[in-house]
Design a protein around this ligand. Structure first.
Ligand code: NI
Length: 136
């Protein structure tokens, strides 16, 4: 019997989407307003879900307060109020799209979540646009 436990979190960050190999007109064609050289911000929301057996000793899959602390330390403190392109090493050469951000977040969390639990991260870039990564 497997149960999923989820925790929501939030951070604000700025980015621009740009491919340095391409001329300006192509960046504008592909990324539109997101290519604006002066950056723009998003209110990112994320949902981290861990799935596994209930521990018979605690009744928990994972103590949600522990999950909350891991997300705070590994994601919120790292990304909140940052310029992703300029301040986050992972995005020095990687376009900070929602797809790439969710993979970076997943990788920063995985080693801190007990290995017997599956983990999935959903990242909302806007209330209507979101991506999900399960580590596949
Ligand atoms: Ni954007």
């Amino acid at each position: 019997m497997k149960v999923s436990v989820s925790r929501k979190a939030h951070f604000n960050a700025a980015h621009k989407l740009y491919n340095n190999e391409w001329p300006e007109y192509k960046n504008e064609e592909i990324f539109g307003r997101c290519a604006n050289e002066y950056f723009h911000g998003h209110n990112y929301e994320l949902i981290v879900t861990v799935t596994g057996e209930i521990d018979p000793n605690t009744g928990f899959v994972l103590d949600v307060n522990i999950l909350k602390e891991i997300i705070k330390n590994r994601v919120e403190d790292y990304l909140d109020h940052k310029n992703l392109n300029l301040q986050i090493p992972e995005f020095q050469k990687l376009n900070p799209t929602a797809e790439n951000i969710v993979v970076v977040i997943w990788n920063r969390l995985r080693g801190h979540i007990p290995g017997h639990l599956d983990m999935e991260v959903t990242l909302y870039e806007t209330p209507r646009n979101f991506v999900t990564y399960k580590g596949d």
